[in-house]
Design a protein. Structure first.
Length: 256
C-alpha cells in the first residue's frame, strides 16, 4: 500500500485539469456523503447546545469588524495629522495600516463570497429532506439558495488569517478558535459542513492573498531575500508597546 507521501507526490505531478477533476470529485463526494452524515448528527444535538452555538455564530457578521476598523482608520488618520511627537505619529500610522489590512481583507472576501454563493445557488440544509444535498439554483440571488460557501465562515477565516499573520506566535490557537467559530454555521444547521469549510478556507486565502499584494508594494509587509513575506516594523511595535506599558506602570506607581 502506498504511503501518504507517495500519494501526495503523485498528485503534485498531475496537470492542472487533472488536479481540478480530482478536487471536484472530492467536493462532490463530500456533498453526497459527509454533509448528510454531519447534518443528521447536528439535528440530534441538545437544543441548549445549539442555542449556545447560535450565540457564537454572530462572530461571523462582518459589520462588527468593518465599522470599528473603518472608524479606527479615520480616527488614527486624524490623530496622526495632529500629532507633533514623531514616535506617537509613527505608532498611529502603523496601527492604522494594520486596520487597513484587516478592513480590506474582510471587505474583499465578503464581497467575493456574496457574489460566489449567489452564483452557485446551493440550497440550504432546511431543504435537505425535500431536495437533498446536491440541490442548486444558480444565479437565483435568494437567501435560501446561497449556502456555498458560508459568508459567516468566510469572515471568520479572514479575521483569523489576519490575526495569525500579525501575531504569528498565537497562530495555532487563533486558527483553531476561528475553525470552531466557523463550525457553528453547520452546528446550528444553517449551512452544510462543506459550506463552512469552504468559507473558512476562502477567508484564510484572502488574508494571505492581500498580504502578498501588499508585500509586493512594500506596504506594511516586505519580501526578504528568500522570498518570504515579513511584517514590517514588528520590532519597533514591540518596543513601543513596552515603552507605553512602562509609562503606564510609572504613572500608576506615582499615584500610590
Amino acid at each position: 500500500m502506498p504511503d501518504s507521501g507517495t500519494i501526495i507526490g503523485r498528485f503534485s505531478r498531475l496537470g492542472a485539469y487533472e488536479k481540478a477533476a480530482v478536487a471536484l470529485s472530492a467536493v462532490i463526494a463530500a456533498f453526497l456523503v459527509l454533509d448528510p452524515i454531519v447534518l443528521s448528527a447536528v439535528r440530534g444535538l441538545d437544543p441548549d447546545l445549539r442555542r449556545f452555538f447560535r450565540l457564537l455564530t454572530d462572530v461571523g457578521e462582518s459589520g462588527w469588524i468593518l465599522i470599528p476598523s473603518g472608524a479606527g482608520i479615520l480616527l488614527l488618520a486624524w490623530l496622526h495629522a495632529r500629532e507633533r511627537s514623531l514616535r506617537r505619529g509613527v505608532i498611529f500610522d502603523y496601527v492604522s495600516k494594520l486596520l487597513v489590512y484587516l478592513f480590506v481583507t474582510v471587505a474583499l472576501s465578503g464581497l467575493t463570497v456574496s457574489l460566489l454563493k449567489n452564483v452557485i445557488g446551493r440550497a440550504r440544509p432546511k431543504f435537505h429532506d425535500e431536495l437533498g444535498s446536491l440541490a442548486f439554483h444558480p444565479f437565483s440571488f435568494d437567501y435560501s439558495f446561497a449556502a456555498f460557501p458560508s459568508g459567516h465562515a468566510t469572515t471568520i477565516g479572514a479575521l483569523a488569517g489576519v490575526l495569525a499573520i500579525i501575531w504569528p506566535r498565537a497562530r495555532v490557537p487563533v486558527l483553531l478558535a476561528g475553525a470552531w467559530f466557523a463550525a457553528t454555521r453547520f452546528l446550528i444547521a444553517s449551512h452544510y459542513f462543506t459550506d463552512a469549510v469552504a468559507g473558512y478556507a476562502l477567508g484564510l486565502a484572502f488574508a494571505y492573498f492581500v498580504r502578498g499584494s501588499l508585500a509586493r508594494r512594500g506596504w506594511l509587509f516586505k519580501l526578504d531575500r528568500q522570498g518570504n513575506v515579513r511584517l514590517r516594523g514588528r520590532t519597533f511595535l514591540r518596543a513601543a508597546a513596552r515603552s507605553l506599558k512602562a509609562r503606564a506602570l510609572s504613572r500608576t506607581m506615582d499615584k500610590h
